[in-house]
Design a protein around this ligand. Structure first.
Ligand code: ACO
Ligand code: ZN
Length: 162
């Protein structure tokens, strides 16, 4: 049985959450962004910029945006795509299904509120936990992007129709 810490609440991020969100990003990932980047995503696509809150503390986030292009499933007509820009959960709260909850709620909102037909993301080829998470949610590897990251690592572009 998982230890009893209660269920996280998944809710929309608010401007006053950004410092905590950026803190989680700093310790979890090598991809960091200036504050205005976070703020712009919150302003423009805030219905699908979510946090997981547990006991009054933010323990995870997902930041997304909406784009328009032909996408990755052979469509010839530009369509709305959801882009998962960044997701992370604090190390001590991992493996409790929190990222799954954040992803499921973001996918639902990208589809129902923003009308996207497909969702995609990039992930380091070495990031097996994240790749596993995305595959469990139905994402497939579309192509490998050489030297995608600043340190030279390749990315998998993964996508899912919704
Ligand atoms: N090893 C193997 N599989 C894993 C692991 C792991 N360490 N972590 C998650 N998974 C897989 C498992 O299949 C898991 O299901 P299970 O626990 O029933 O076996 C499934 O993913 C779902 O796990 P969750 O508990 O929902 O995921 P979690 O809340 O732990 O968060 C995350 C996963 C976000 C990848 C977390 O490990 C993290 O914050 N990592 C650092 C940041 C990061 O890599 N973010 C993704 C970068 S790519 C991007 O942002 C677009
Ligand atoms: Zn991206």
């Amino acid at each position: 049985m998982r230890c009893m810490i209660g269920e996280p609440v998944i809710r929309e991020a608010r401007p006053e959450d950004l410092a905590e969100i950026i803190g989680i990003n700093m310790i979890s990932l090598r991809e960091h962004y200036p504050e205005y980047f976070w703020r712009d995503h919150l302003r423009l696509w805030g219905k699908a910029f979510l946090v997981a809150e547990l006991g009054g503390r933010i323990v995870g986030y997902i930041m997304t945006r909406v784009e328009r292009s032909i996408g990755h499933f052979g469509s010839l007509i530009p369509r709305k795509l959801g882009h998962i820009v960044s997701i992370a959960v604090l190390p001590q709260f991992r493996r409790r299904g929190i990222a799954t909850k954040l992803m499921e709620e973001a996918l639902k909102r990208l589809k129902e509120i923003y009308g996207v037909k497909e969702v995609y993301l990039e992930v380091r080829v070495s990031n097996l936990p994240a790749i596993k998470l995305y595959e469990k949610l139905g994402f497939v590897k579309v192509r490998r992007i050489k030297y995608y990251y600043l340190d030279g690592e390749d990315a998998w572009l993964m996508a899912k129709e919704v």
